[in-house]
Structure formats: structure tokens, C-alpha cells
Design a protein around this ligand. Structure first.
Ligand code: BG6
Length: 455
């Protein structure tokens, strides 16, 4: 493992920050709890906007906004070299009507970044991590609308100028390819009655990718030392059988992810998406295409949790060879190596792992959490990453998900915990918010101390 390898972890504003009284709402703030409810609502996101009274966990997260000093101190004690987090657009521009950004919120972010730097922790900032302001949806229909690209850039410039020389790693979006199934959460877009989902999706895809290229351009103009990336969810597909149809299905499914990376790395839309753009009547200009050609990513950031099956059969299929988490996600450490290898073979761009971890129901007993299952999961995955590195794959760092327990994305639950630090907050919002170090805290500290030698 070449030094300085960026060992650390990730967080995001929408799941951790809270502090709802001093910011605008984000797209996840009105999401209720429960996978059923959340996936059902994915089909009708209007329901996220006109919400009934109830408990909405992301509004408070784990109150990182007021606990960050204590939390960063704990991260430093674990030896973190880097922390990746998102700063909320809805805190910087709470209503979208402001002529100036919200100074009070930015002062807190200044201190957050200074605290990290004082502890020798490199801040890596994601601009939007499923936490776009709700006003962008209500007033502009998210990235379906070209205007949102300009609004996004306005927000980006505030951060790029303010943190010039302090923050050098920027991610345009979290898991851009998840817009395929989460159009509202990633793209902030609702489907108008007069349009099909695909029309809205493909136009949104173009705007998200254009925004990424403009971020690359602007970040480089402001500081030539800036390095810009976009996070992709690396989810390798395996053909279920040796039927050629299953293999071809795999190619098609892979393309639904590669179509984002191809253009962000190679600067050109791959041929297989161009026909979809024409079919869906996507509007783009020559100038857009030139910007995309000239402003490609400096590195590729990836999250990895699981692999999936590709099959010609229409019924849902699961991999019979893999065990699963308590939330039925297949556990596949080799799939991590497969993803890193495939991405490096295809793009030869340095990779930064920005998410990888295990969601589990932890038990706090006598102020301790014995999470050997999490240690085992992380150990197996890091081993596979090391093998990829030994083969020559360039990996800049490993940031697990998550630094501390946060509200889960798919279920909105606190009981699906990923952190090294247990946060006393329950699914119903009760709890003291007190933080406790899990066994994995001490294990990961040793991993970092030995630069990955002791697993
Ligand atoms: C990633 C997201 O897809 O997966 C995180 O970037 C999320 O925001 C993580 O928390 C784990 O997913 P979940 O649904 O278990 O929280």
C-alpha cells in the first residue's frame, strides 16, 4: 500500500447532519421510514413534497452539525487520514431566493473543515449526496431543468472559492448511476404528466453529466491543484448461467453503469447511449459536448457493497452462492476486487474507494458493541482491495461507509448501522445521541496504524 494512502471513512449531510432549524429541506428530509414505503413512494415522489405529519429521520440525522467537534476528535483518534462528507446546498442556499449565501451556516462549515485539517484529516467534499434542496425540486424540477446546472454551479463556486487551498478533492455527485432507479433522490426530478419517465431520465442524465464537467472546469480554474471526481456505485453483474443470453444481459446491465463513467472519463458519450438520447429527444448543444470533451475526471470514486445477477429470466434472481446481510444484500468480497479491476482495466484512472461497509443491527451492551461481523466484512473486502493493488490497480485510498452510525438511505432506519461509532438514536428518534466506540473502532485504528498490514 503506497503512502500516503487515504484511510478513513465517509458521511453525508443528508444522513448525518440534522440541524434542520437553520437550513432548508432536502429531498430526503420528507422521506418516511421503511423500505416498503420508501420504494413505493419512489413511483410517486410528489408524496415526498406534500407530506403528512410524522417522524422523518433525516431532518435530524445524528446531529453531526452540533456534534462534529467531538466526532472529528474521535475520527482523529482512530487515525483517519481522510473524511469524505457532503456540505448541504440547502444550508448554503436555504430557499433559493438569497442574493448571498447563508454566512451563518458557512461559518460552521469553515470550522468543520478547519477542525479536520488541524487533526491532519484530508476533507473530501461531495456537493450532492442524495441531499439536494427541496426548493430545487419544487421550483425547477431538479436536473431535468437546464437551469439547475447553473444553480448547482453557483453553489459549487461558493465552496470552491471559500475552501481554496483547504479542500482539494471534490466529488460532483454521490452514485450518479443510481439515478437509473432513483430519479428523484439523485436527480431531484419529478415526471410531469405529459412526459414519460425515460424522457425525464435521459434529459436529467445529460444535465448531471454536464454539471460534473462544469464542476471540473470551474474547480481547475479556481485552483489548479483541485482534483475532481464523481462517485459511481460499482455493482458487478455475473451471468446466472452459461446461456449466451445471460452473458448479453450482463453486457446490457453493465452499460447502464458504464454510460456515466465512459463520458466522464473519455469525454464522449458512448455510442450505445446516443440512440437513447435521440429516442428520448434529449436536448443538448455543441457547446455542452465540447465542455464534456475538455473537462474529464481527475480520478474515479467508487462505492462497493454487493454484486448482482444478470439473467434472461424475467423473475428476480439471486446468487445462490453468496451469503447475505440482515437486509438481504449479498456479501461478495471478491466482487470488490472484480469491480476495482474492471474499472481500472477500462479507464486507467486512479480509483478512490469512497464507500464500503456492512449494515447490521448492533447491540449496545454495557456501553460496548461487539461487532465482529463488521470487522470480518471489512477485513475480507480490504484483503481483496490489497490483492487488486498488488496487481497494479492504482487505489488512492479506502473510505468505509460510514464513520459513525447514520440514518440509512434505503430504509430511513437508524437500526441499520454501518459506523465504527455507535450513536444512541433509535428508529423512532428517541435516544441520547451519545456516541460509543464499537470493537470495529479499535480494529480499524490498527489497520490504519499499520497501513493495512494488520487486518
Ligand atoms: C450508498 C449511499 O448507496 O449506500 C449511502 O451512498 C447509503 O448514502 C449506503 O447509506 C448504504 O445504503 P443503506 O440504504 O443501507 O443506507
Amino acid at each position: 500500500m503506497s503512502e500516503p494512502f487515504l484511510w478513513g471513512s465517509s458521511l453525508c449531510g443528508g444522513q448525518a447532519e440534522g440541524g434542520i432549524s437553520s437550513r432548508g429541506f432536502t429531498v430526503v428530509d420528507n422521506m418516511p421510514q421503511g423500505k416498503e414505503l420508501r420504494s413505493h413512494l419512489l413511483d410517486d415522489p410528489q408524496q415526498y413534497i406534500d407530506v403528512p405529519p410524522g417522524y422523518y429521520p433525516s431532518q435530524n440525522g445524528v446531529e453531526f452539525f452540533t456534534h462534529y467537534k467531538e466526532d472529528i476528535e474521535t475520527f482523529a483518534q482512530m487515525g483517519f487520514k481522510a473524511l469524505r462528507l457532503s456540505l448541504l446546498w440547502s444550508r448554503v442556499f436555504p430557499t433559493g431566493e438569497e442574493t448571498e449565501p447563508n454566512e451563518a451556516g458557512l461559518l460552521v462549515y469553515d470550522d468543520m473543515i478547519d477542525c479536520l485539517l488541524k487533526k491532519g484529516i484530508t476533507p473530501i467534499i461531495t456537493l450532492v449526496h442524495f441531499d439536494m434542496p427541496l426548493w430545487v425540486v419544487k421550483k425547477h424540477n431538479g436536473f431535468y431543468n437546464r437551469e439547475t446546472v447553473d444553480l448547482y454551479l453557483r453553489f459549487a463556486k461558493v465552496l470552491l472559492e471559500r475552501y481554496k487551498g483547504k479542500v482539494k478533492h471534490w466529488l460532483s455527485f454521490c452514485e450518479i448511476n443510481n439515478v437509473n432507479h432513483a430519479l428523484y433522490m439523485v436527480g431531484g426530478a419529478l415526471v410531469p404528466k405529459t412526459k414519460t419517465r425515460d424522457e425525464v431520465l435521459y434529459q436529467t442524465i445529460h444535465h448531471l453529466l454536464l454539471a460534473t464537467s462544469l464542476l471540473v472546469q470551474t474547480a481547475h480554474e479556481i485552483d489548479s491543484e483541485n482534483k475532481v471526481s464523481c462517485e459511481v456505485n460499482a455493482n458487478p453483474f455475473y451471468p446466472l448461467t452459461s446461456a449466451p443470453e445471460d452473458y448479453f444481459k450482463m453486457i446490457e446491465l453493465d452499460r447502464t453503469n458504464y454510460r456515466y463513467i465512459d463520458v466522464m472519463v473519455k469525454g464522449k458519450y458512448p455510442y450505445y447511449i446516443q440512440k437513447d438520447f435521440i429516442k428520448q429527444n434529449v436536448k443538448m448543444t455543441e457547446e455542452d459536448l465540447n465542455i464534456m470533451a475538455e473537462n474529464t475526471l481527475d480520478f474515479l470514486s467508487v462505492s462497493y457493497y454487493k454484486s448482482s445477477i444478470a439473467t434472461k429470466s424475467s423473475s428476480l434472481s439471486e446468487n445462490p452462492l453468496l451469503t447475505k446481510t440482515q437486509w438481504q444484500w449479498p456479501i461478495d468480497p471478491l466482487g470488490f476486487r472484480i469491480s476495482l479491476t474492471q474499472l481500472y482495466d477500462r479507464y486507467q484512472l486512479p480509483l478512490l474507494v469512497v464507500e464500503n461497509g456492512l449494515g447490521a443491527k448492533d447491540q449496545l451492551v454495557d456501553q460496548k458493541v461487539h461487532d465482529s461481523y463488521r470487522i470480518d466484512y471489512l477485513r475480507q473486502h480490504i484483503k481483496q482491495m490489497k490483492l487488486a493493488i498488488e496487481e497494479g490497480v492504482e487505489v488512492l485510498g479506502y473510505l468505509s461507509w460510514a464513520a459513525l452510525d447514520v440514518v440509512s438511505t434505503s430504509e430511513g432506519q437508524m437500526s441499520k448501522r454501518y459506523g465504527f461509532i455507535y450513536v444512541d438514536r433509535n428508529d423512532d428518534g428517541s435516544g441520547s445521541l451519545k456516541r460509543y466506540r464499537k470493537d470495529s473502532f479499535y480494529w480499524y485504528k490498527q489497520v490504519i496504524q499499520t497501513n493495512g498490514e494488520t487486518l
